[in-house]
Design a protein around this ligand. Structure first.
Ligand SMILES: [Zn+2]
Length: 80
């Protein structure tokens, strides 16, 4: 799968998790929603570190480097 899709998915999950945490804090929602927000955030973070690697050299590629260009900053091969 395209690396950029994983970046967007993992960042989306982390942002949604943060939004749930903040919303549950201010709206005094129950612990289930807080736990869901935390789980979503952690799942996004895990997904980001697990999937956002160069397919050729398996080095971790930062989100911004991958979104700016389609090349791995370590070995120069295509990330698509
Ligand atoms: Zn590489």
């Amino acid at each position: 799968m395209n690396c950029k899709i994983w970046y967007l998915l993992s960042w989306g999950m982390m942002l949604l998790g943060c939004a749930l945490l903040i919303a549950s804090y201010y709206a005094l929602l129950n612990w289930g929603i807080k736990a869901a927000g935390l789980a979503l955030f952690l799942a996004g973070a895990v997904l980001n570190s697990a999937k956002c690697r160069c397919p050729a050299c398996r080095q971790r590629v930062s989100s911004w480097a991958a979104l700016r260009s389609n090349q791995c900053p370590h070995c120069g091969s295509s990330l698509n």
